[in-house]
Design a protein around this ligand. Structure first.
Ligand SMILES: CC(C)(COP(=O)(O)OP(=O)(O)OC[C@H]1O[C@@H](n2cnc3c(N)ncnc32)[C@H](O)[C@@H]1OP(=O)(O)O)[C@@H](O)C(=O)NCCC(=O)NCCS
Ligand SMILES: CC(=O)OP(=O)(O)O
Length: 330
């Protein structure tokens, strides 16, 4: 991503390098990204897995990962300390040490505990794990930040314009909350706008629907209209429009017909989808047919920077997401 926001993230990391855990240490895309990261000095990769299997995978992929820290859950000298902490954190669920040992043998839970214990600053997973399996340990162990009521997510979508500049859009929540409530949507909008600013977006927020300002009827229309109204009240300085159709949100010509006089319509850059069906399909259409690179899902409202990858990711996306994830840690 050649966006100025990305350069800012790298500069931040150069001043204060961070450790990032990769839960899928033998995946060739993770190995390639690790090799690229090792040639810089701003991020310290930690690979979870068996050293011999990771070494064999690196050799097969043809990448040098000398210098990467490797932690094997089966031979980790702080494993029993991790088990005790896990039991404490999951006390209300009645988890026994025996059960904890089994759960922590899986790299998604083990890696998340490395962040919880402060062994690493951040985590990136999901190259092979599903989003649910990457995110669930974080929801259970890292928890929602004070002041937030949910963890949600957004994608930063980037496409090079004919002028050579980047067009940067924000889309949320395409990955976590399946049926967000009106209040969830308000929080998703606020968090997505905040995240967009990190990447140089001056947010103009559209609460998307199949209706523009009452042109269509239905419960889902009401939900987006009410959410937009609540968001305007909660964030009076944030330009917000809704409910609004996608064409009216992005096309000045259509906006003039459907939503005249709006400060957002025709120029929206931060899109709030009514549910995960719309969001996940929407961002993938922009990515696969619209020529946008998709960075995310970036988790919003979590107590520590833990992010997910799409299983369809490539090594460059892993590399970029690692930088984004680590740079979001304090
Ligand atoms: C995120 C997701 C995995 C959570 O579902 P789940 O694991 O079944 O969640 P549960 O309801 O069992 O909750 C597990 C824990 O997470 C917490 N939690 C669940 N959703 C949460 C959210 N959005 N924010 C904060 N905490 C949440 C619960 O409170 C619970 O905590 P506890 O165990 O300490 O009581 C689920 O919402 C999901 O599958 N989302 C869609 C993921 C997906 O397929 N995306 C498409 C590809 S990107
Ligand atoms: C974000 C997302 O859609 O993830 P996956 O492609 O792994 O399901």
């Amino acid at each position: 991503m050649a966006n100025n926001g990305f350069g800012v993230l790298i500069d931040k990391l150069k001043k204060n390098p961070k450790k990032i855990v990769f839960t899928e240490g033998t995946d060739p895309r993770i190995i390639e990204a690790t090799s690229r990261l090792l040639s810089g000095t701003f991020l310290k990769p930690v690979l979870v897995g068996k050293p011999d299997e990771i070494a064999a995978a690196a050799e097969e992929a043809g990448y040098n990962i000398n210098g990467a820290e490797i932690i094997d859950p089966e031979n980790y000298d702080r494993f029993e300390e991790m088990v005790d902490l896990f039991c404490e954190l999951r006390k209300k669920k009645g988890v026994t040490p025996e059960q904890a040992r089994g759960i922590l043998s899986a790299s998604n839970y083990f890696g998340t505990m490395l962040v919880k214990m402060g062994v690493a600053d951040a985590l990136l997973g999901g190259a092979t794990y599903s989003t649910a399996d990457t995110v669930r340990p974080a929801l259970q162990l890292i928890k929602t930040k004070p002041g937030n009521s949910i963890v949600s997510s957004c994608f930063i979508m980037v496409r090079e314009k004919a002028t050579g500049d980047n067009e940067v859009l924000v889309m949320g929540d395409c990955a976590i909350n399946i049926h967000p409530t009106e209040d969830d949507l308000v929080e998703i909008a606020g968090e997505s706008a905040k995240c967009g600013r990190i990447f140089g977006v001056d947010p103009k927020v559209a609460f998307l629907s199949y209706s523009t300002l009452g042109s269509g009827k239905g419960e889902d229309v009401d939900k987006m209209r009410n959410a937009a109204a609540k968001a305007k009240e909660k964030y009076p300085d944030l330009p917000i429009e809704g409910e609004i159709q996608f064409d009216a949100a992005v096309s000045p010509r259509v906006a003039e017909v459907k939503c005249p006089g709006s400060a957002v319509a025709g120029h929206a850059n931060t899109f709030i989808f009514p549910d995960i069906n719309a969001g996940n399909i929407g961002y993938k259409i922009a990515q696969r047919l619209g020529g946008f690179d998709a960075y995310g899902p970036i988790l919003l409202g979590l107590n520590a920077p833990i992010n997910d990858l799409s299983r369809g990711c490539n090594a460059m996306e892993v590399y970029s997401m690692a930088i984004i994830t680590a740079a979001l840690s304090d």
